[in-house]
Unconditional design. Structure first.
Length: 323
């Protein structure tokens, strides 16, 4: 197959063109979380707001999104039924987990990646000095069907005017909105349900679910570093695989895959070449490569260069797996 330059450009979401939503989730009015911005890049994601802009609606079996936050801004405790993977594009971030967020925490720097285990409550905070951005991969075309919030998050939000309906939609009572007829508030998890959410220790999470950027850069010196996958550094089968590529691990010869591939640039500028033309990708850009399209990718200038490549697999999206 081939694509024109215009068709390829429609499959590229430029970092500078990202459109944020500031009311995507239930904690949008809660002090400490009310400055966060959410971005839906590929697929509908898990936004609870009709105001969320979707850049590319087609999903390749997973969703791509991002979260941008100023310093000291929190993303509240929640969980997912499918994979939630983050890598730090900019800033310094603290990831924490557990029913009240005190079971453990880890600090990630730029380029670091975390595959947060399903079934645990998690949150994150920008602890850097400037606005920061983390890029996200969510398993499944429907990203697991939405977010499950810790009970205190829903209760805190109600005090600040936001109500989450059982239909997964947000209603802002401060703006005069109310639950539609026949729609009840989202029920809180009961204590018997909450005990099913594990409190994993740091000794379990960090060795098996976190990979450091400079370790991956070393592993990718002569070939792609397998980051997430059945036989990767972080062993999992979430419906996609993740690799890190550097200038030493790419070939100038075009090649194709029978799976969808998403290129997410971390550092440097990269020249994307295919039969129909060339494009240059910059840090923060996301490019959706369709199956059967032969392409080559290489750094277009000297200096540090890295990108994460996400490839769909035939594995069903579901709970975190380790063999």
């Amino acid at each position: 197959m081939t694509l024109s330059p215009e068709q390829m450009e429609a499959r590229i979401v430029r970092y500078g063109d990202l459109k944020p939503c500031r009311s995507a989730f239930i904690d949008a009015h809660t002090p400490g979380s009310n400055q966060k911005e959410n971005f839906t890049i590929v697929g509908g994601g898990v936004s609870e707001s009709a105001d969320q802009h979707v850049h590319i609606s087609d999903t390749p079996g997973f969703n791509i999104g991002a979260a941008g936050q100023p310093p000291k801004c929190l993303n509240s405790l929640h969980t997912h039924r499918t994979a939630e993977v983050f890598f730090v594009l900019s800033g310094r971030w603290r990831f924490f987990w557990g029913r009240f967020g005190d079971a453990g925490e880890v600090v990630l720097e730029e380029g670091d990646i975390i595959n947060i285990p399903t079934g645990i409550f998690r949150g994150f905070e920008n602890i850097g000095t400037d606005y920061g951005m983390i890029m996200a991969i969510l398993g499944g075309d429907d990203a697991g069907g939405g977010v499950v919030w810790a009970p205190q998050v829903i209760e805190d939000a109600k005090e600040h005017g936001l109500v989450l309906g059982e239909n997964g939609k947000l209603y802002d009572t401060k703006a005069g909105q109310s639950l539609p007829e026949g729609v009840q508030p989202m029920p809180l998890l009961t204590e018997s349900e909450l005990v099913q959410y594990p409190e994993l220790p740091v000794s379990e999470v960090v060795p098996h679910y976190v990979a450091r950027y400079w370790d991956l850069m070393a592993l990718a010196s002569s070939g792609p570093a397998k980051v997430i996958g059945e036989n990767a550094l972080l062993r999992d089968k979430p419906g996609f695989e993740v690799e890190l590529l550097t200038r030493g691990s790419v070939s100038t010869q075009p090649a194709s895959s029978d799976q969808h591939e998403i290129l997410m640039v971390m550092r440097g500028h990269w020249k994307l070449s295919w039969q129909g033309g060339t494009k240059v990708l910059a840090p923060g850009d996301t490019c959706a490569i369709p199956p059967q399209l032969a392409y080559a990718i290489e750094p277009s200038m000297s200096g540090e260069a890295s990108l994460y490549r996400v490839r769909s697999t035939d594995d069903p999206a579901g709970p975190t797996w380790q063999g």
